[in-house]
Design a protein around this ligand. Structure first.
Ligand SMILES: *Cc1c(COP(=O)(O)O)cnc(C)c1O
Length: 452
């Protein structure tokens, strides 16, 4: 029997990130200014981001060096293990081999510090005193809180109000790492006050919280903004996942037929998948690459490919992406990290060109697979990760039915130890699926910005 756990040494950790733009046969559409609708230049973004990150955002270099200070911190938990889910294979009675890349070993428990640490580092170098950001369930906020603490920067997190009240544990994580956490919409910003005037009981949304965090950064000299997904540089920082996985699959003596990740804004999926997309583009590998989203927020499978704002208050630049409309507020499913109206422009672009596939699942089926996984492998998946687990299980069942020795690789984006109330609801039979809200999405799409 071969290895179960494939571990790289610290010396084998990649020292560069991979930028897929260098290998794309088609150029990414430009980012547009929200007022003029002309392509933005570096100066337009300078109030929000440090120049090093703006340069990465538009870079066409294939590989970008990971600064040594960032590598040092990565080594607290990286390289992460690649694990063969042998007990799950047995439980499913499948000839498929199932591998998962376990990102839950980071201190906040997800893939998000891979970019949080890099972003905090570049901000520190350029003199930023405080970073603002938004968070839904709290995974991104906690990753950035830890990263800011490591580089001695203040961190202020606008947390979607409904999560602030329902999920106190990640708030406590953020506060333990020294961050200030504000329930959004708040009275601290114009954007927040405007929403509260219309609806004092607003539960908030990621789009609203982004508006608040962006406004604070745009109106203060030494404050910058940090985004945990969607943008090119964020996806690039996450590629360390896939670069490690390529080496680990090679050490296992296999190559995946199927690569799977759940998608909210698209960063953990891209992090694992992009190095495998490169193998497809450059070395003609025939891998199927699948992005998995919730039926309650189906930006790839039901949204349209168009220019839209990243936030609700229409303050961010316009990016071309799969979107449900910037003011679409998805139902309160437990996978809070997947409740974003848009999809990363690079993931959207690959989908448009048929390089990746997408599918959507309701949350009940996802929890069913997550419980199966927990009972076979021990680890409890985050509700977001449960979507990837569902797809991996379905692929393994399909392989059994076809009598096919399929190799499946999925990104285990985070553990669910802070999401046990969701498991409680599932185990009590109280979890419901949300129908795809056709009507609401159509309304939101009518308010897309008019471009050219
Ligand atoms: C935030 C999060 C996601 C979704 O975000 P992406 O940018 O799409 O990766 C998925 N899984 C976990 C565990 C998360 O914390």
């Amino acid at each position: 029997m071969g290895q179960t756990k494939i571990i790289l040494s610290e010396r084998e950790m990649p020292t560069q990130w991979y930028n897929i733009v260098a290998d794309l046969p088609f150029p990414p559409p430009p980012v547009l200014h929200p007022m003029t609708k002309q392509p933005v230049g570096p100066d337009d973004l300078a109030p929000l981001f440090p120049m090093a990150l703006i340069q990465q955002e538009v870079s066409t270099e294939r590989y970008i060096d990971i600064p040594e200070e960032v590598q040092e911190i990565y080594k607290l938990w990286r390289p992460t293990p690649l694990i063969r889910a042998r007990r799950l294979e047995k439980m499913l009675d499948t000839p498929a081999h199932i591998y998962y890349k376990y990102e839950g070993v980071s201190p906040p428990g997800s893939h998000k510090p891979n970019t949080a640490v890099a972003q905090a580092y570049y901000n520190k170098v350029e003199g930023t005193k405080r970073l603002t950001t938004e968070t839904g369930a709290g995974q991104w906020g906690s990753a950035l809180a830890m990263a800011c603490r490591f580089f001695d920067i203040e961190c202020k997190v606008y947390m979607v109000k409904v999560s602030y009240h329902q999920k106190p544990y990640r708030r406590v994580l953020m506060e333990t790492w020294g961050a200030t956490v504000i329930p959004s919409p708040s009275e601290e910003t114009q954007a927040g006050r405007r929403i509260l005037e219309q609806d004092p009981e607003s539960p908030g949304s990621l789009g609203i919280a982004i508006s608040e965090a962006v406004e604070e950064a745009a109106t203060h000299e030494d404050v910058k903004y940090s985004l945990g997904s969607v943008l090119n540089h964020v996806l690039m920082h996450q590629t360390i996942i896939g670069l490690e996985a390529l080496k680990q699959m090679e050490a296992a003596g296999e190559y995946p037929d199927v690569v799977i990740g759940c998608v909210g804004g698209g960063s953990n999926f891209a992090g694992l998948a992009f190095p495998f997309v490169r193998e497809k583009l450059v070395n003609d590998r025939q891998t199927r690459i699948i992005a998995v989203e919730p039926t309650a927020c189906p930006s790839l499978t039901r949204g349209i490919y168009a220019y839209d704002f990243g936030d609700t208050a229409q303050m961010t630049p316009l990016v071309k992406m799969h979107t449900l409309g910037h003011d679409f507020v998805p139902a309160g499913i437990h996978a809070g990290g997947l409740r974003y109206h848009g999809m990363a422009p690079l993931v959207s672009l690959l989908f448009e060109h048929g390089l990746i596939e997408a599918r959507a699942y309701g949350q009940v089926k996802c929890f069913e697979a997550a419980v199966q996984f927990a009972q076979a492998e021990g680890i409890i998946p985050a509700p977001e990760t449960a979507h990837a687990v569902r797809a991996a299980v379905d692929e393994a069942i399909a392989a059994r039915e076809a009598g096919e020795a399929r190799v499946i690789l999925f990104n285990f984006s985070g553990h669910g130890f802070f999401d046990l109330s969701a498991y409680d609801a599932y185990l009590r039979g109280e979890l419901v699926d949300y129908e795809y809200p056709m009507e609401k999405i159509r309304e939101a799409l009518e308010r897309l910005p008019k471009v050219g």
